[in-house]
Design a protein around this ligand. Sequence first.
Ligand code: FAD
Length: 816
Amino acid sequence: MKLIIVGGVAGGASAAARARRVNEDAEIIMFERGEYVSFANCGLPYHIGKVIPERESLLVMTPEKLKGRANIDVRINSKVTSIDRKKKTVSVTNNKTGEKYTESYDKLILSTGSSPLRPPIPGADDPDVMILWTIPDMDKIIEKVQSGAKSAVVIGAGFIGVEVVENLVELGLKTTLVEMLPQVLPPLDKEMAQPISEIMEFHGVNLNLNNGVTEIKKNKDNSFSVKLKTGETVETDMVIMSAGIRPNSELAKDAGLKLNKRGGIVVNKQLQTNDTDIYAIGDVIEVNDLVLDEPTMVPLAGPANKQGRIVADNVFGKKLEYKGSQGTSICKIFEKTAAATGINEKRLKKEGIDYHKFYFTPNSHASYYPGGYMLFIKVLFDKSGKILGAQITGNDGVDKRIDLLATAIRKGLTFDDLEELELAYAPPYGAAKDPINFAGFVGNNILSGSSQVVYPDEIPENAYLLDIREPDEVLCGTIDGSVNIPLGKLRDSFDKLPKDKEIIVFCKVGARGYLAELILRANGFNVKNISGGYETWKLFYPGPSNCPTMVEQETEKAQTVALNSPKMPKVTLEINACGLQCPGPIVKVKENIEKINNGEVLYVKASDAGFLNDIPAWCNATGHTLVNVKSERGVVEALIQKGAEKNTDSMTAITKEVDGKKRTTIVLFSNDLDKALAAMIIASGFATLGHEVTIFFTFWGINVLRKNNPPRLKKDLLSRMFGFMMPRGAKKLALSKMHMMGMGTGMMKHVMKTKNINSLPELMKQAQELGVKFLICEMAMNMMGIQEDEVIDGVERAGVANFAALSEKSTTTLFI
Ligand code: FAD
């Protein structure tokens, strides 16, 4: 038997190795047009980011090793250019020498894979616009980075695109990601991809969703100007295209093998083409969709490797079947992981298939054991309870849960089966009732009708929204228009609830909401529970984040280091607030600090990034001492000494310093010219008296800080309208009285000039030079859609907590 394999990476190399194990005597030749065989293409992004430091680690096998170990004749740089099915020969061209020859076969396996697409955008075919598919592609990107590239634009937010982005950011490149769809990672549904968008933005990625590239222009210095659909142009040192793939099926097409509409080779269950001596595997073939039982294409390494094994057995006489693919995939993006299996909701809708779904947000492991993170899980199923698909995003434990759900789909497990699964448990790894057992409970509750859920985007307009969380939790945010009655008080509050309206109940993750739902239904109310609770609602309606980005965190970190005591005091109480969202950890700190005595120390660990910003402000405001705070790989750790002023030397020093200073705080609420002028004059006056002066610009006051000619920024419609309607900076303000269509304001400016009084921008500059600190209210910025780049230099962003902390220490606070 003479077996020829075309393509020497995932599927091809796997088929060759298995073929040798099945048959010691066969002649096996593997042709690969590239220079490398059996390399770890999935590892390429990580060598770029230096996570895999050694290039050699990617070269899983070499032609020499394959020859020595498996007696496989590997011919690299050898492109198979045609197949003569009648003569059963292939024509081969050596890319290096130009030598052409034919080779006969008894059986032929095609594992020619796929290639990245270059969409028809002007400039996309420039050879300096890079792709990442092979080792040489990777080398080229690394070379570009090493030659000093400081920025990159990645086009396409599929798995490879986001992996490339992560690794470039880790190398310190300013990275822009452009994606035509309104979400990253298309195998996920939009809401499930939301945490991934957030973590990318948190790490400073310039994320452009719902946007496209219209032109890539190479500049004289070899940099690029990338024009976006929305009009802006991104200047960048390099462009990487990751905008989809197409199967490498020209060879099969020219040989008359049957292809589908997308160019995939059609094979039977034994992976045989319409020529019984030719088999095909991997990215290039059409497979059966395991869930929908219809043809599809699934370009992933797992299926290619498994098909390689099956096909080798079949070549030597077995009749093994490849039952189908379900698209189980997983991807790491900074601290987060996203994974999917089966069919997503978008596709179910598109195919018109009836389905149900639920969301739930369990902890990745027992909440009392440190380091647990919230998992966002979505399960799609039909009315018989058959699981159609699942998606998970989270920081930890995503992989094992998606694999269990993938197993459930492949083996047709029911929700009963999931309930019964006995899964490994100890607190660091899971819970006695693992999230997957919970998936069974929730699924069965919905199937049996004992729970009726509603999804965040389907809440009826006139429904009565009932938030049954504790008041402290409500402080962290709630759904507009909801009424808060904590679960414990629900039975005493029936008289406050409407009987003639549908009640939509919700808690944080859906579990307490279910209990409330049962109580209310048993008492005659018409009620539904929001699937996955408030945390899932936020996936649909994310809103602006109050938490600082990584860059802001670094600044904050630098500031808080000064507060660190050289001698770390002994910890009295430790709490783990990981998994709690902004400002949940603060609430937990507040509860626990009450349990310790003055001078004792509380250690807190939180996964909520905003905690790094909140905790210094909270400590300042409450009189506790932040002894130390640090953030590493998404976990913030803080040491807080309770009311510790009297107890440590270091603190006394800080307190004395604090007490020795006079502070004045001005809240500038208005954007009237006269009021802004007064604020600046008063601020400068106090500064000259030796006060530490801070002006907190909030609401209309933030307009005083706007640049006259801001850069063009990406904004939603409302923010653009706000920006348009409000005065753009100090030069554009009007008098509160006597503005008289600009005449009064003009006169005032004239008078100021003739009397040698500085203009507002000059007064602002002067105040800053005198050390007056300008703080801009974060909340007002978010509300009005004002971005940092629109604001003049030397302004710090601050939340109300920061301002409250300052005000607490001030001798004078003025509101203008
Ligand atoms: P390939 O492994 O691509 O091999 C095809 C080979 O055939 C190529 O080397 C090509 O040069 C050769 N060839 C084509 N035509 C000819 C010809 N005429 N003559 C000779 N040789 C020819 N999948 C995952 O499941 N998880 C991941 O994390 C993941 N990450 C990835 C990251 C990157 C950067 C890339 C590029 C892919 C990733 N994939 C991942 C996809 C996965 O690598 C592919 O699905 C898998 O390699 C497909 O195997 P294959 O054998 O069909 O094709």
